[in-house]
Write a protein that binds this ligand. Structure first.
Ligand SMILES: O=C(O)C(=O)C[C@H](O)[C@H](O)COP(=O)(O)O
Length: 212
């Protein structure tokens, strides 16, 4: 197992983070290789499917250069199980005090989800430095993130939720955004159909947005 990255190393390696749901374990290895072939380094696998933890291991074995984190973490038990299974970082759609404690206790880099100024302040007070802004587009998108920057200039975000390939560069251009998440790089349809070449092309396009 690779050493998990620090939060700084994680956001340094990430630009667009593909948010993945793997339903069939046999898709995990070719998916990992397709994403790595496009040059992406950081991916988020969601805990939405029964095979998620096994799929994470299969992805790490198939493409050891990838930093594979676990997303859709909702309970302290899921945080602990994901860390024990070898997740390199943890992502949640929202945050409860109990979940925050469990996430911090893993020692892994964590991106807890928030959608409001109050949630962002509570997360920062609990010790989190970079927050997932979720669901980014329905919660107010770019205008909302710009409005948060005045009162909360020290909080950085990874917006995720309905962010298209076309909109991703506009999010990445915001000074309080360090990376964005999106399912468009490897959509459920492309994974189901085994469209690995298309996924590699999408990964390459996503990686090319880095530094914009
Ligand atoms: O599963 C989670 O933990 C979530 O928070 C939801 C995901 O971040 C979005 O589903 C990303 O998918 P798109 O909105 O299609 O880009």
């Amino acid at each position: 197992m690779n050493t998990p990255p620090s939060l700084d190393a994680l956001i340094d390696a990430a630009s667009v983070i593909p948010v993945l749901a793997v339903k069939r374990l046999e898709d995990a290895a070719p998916l990992a290789m397709a994403l790595a072939a496009g040059g992406l380094k950081v991916i988020e696998l969601t805990l939405r499917t029964d095979v998620a933890l096994d799929a994470m291991k299969a992805m790490q074995d198939a493409a050891p250069e990838l930093i594979v984190g676990m997303g859709t973490i909702r309970t302290p038990e899921q945080a602990r199980a994901s860390a024990e299974a070898g997740a390199s970082f943890l992502v949640s759609p929202g945050l409860t005090p109990e979940l925050g404690e469990a996430m911090l206790a893993t020692g892994l880099a964590c991106l807890p989800g928030v959608a409001t100024a109050g949630e962002a302040m509570a997360s920062q007070a609990q010790g989190f430095e970079v927050l997932k802004f979720f669901p980014a587009e329905p919660a107010g998108g770019i205008a909302y993130l710009k409005a948060l920057e005045g009162p909360l200039p020290d909080i950085r975000f990874c917006p995720t939720g309905s962010i298209s390939r076309e909109k991703a560069p506009d999010y990445l251009a915001l000074t309080n955004v360090v990376c964005v998440g999106g399912s468009w790089i490897a959509s459920p349809g492309d994974i189901d159909a085994g469209n690995w070449t298309a996924i590699t092309a999408n990964a390459r396009a996503a990686e090319a947005m880095k530094g914009r």
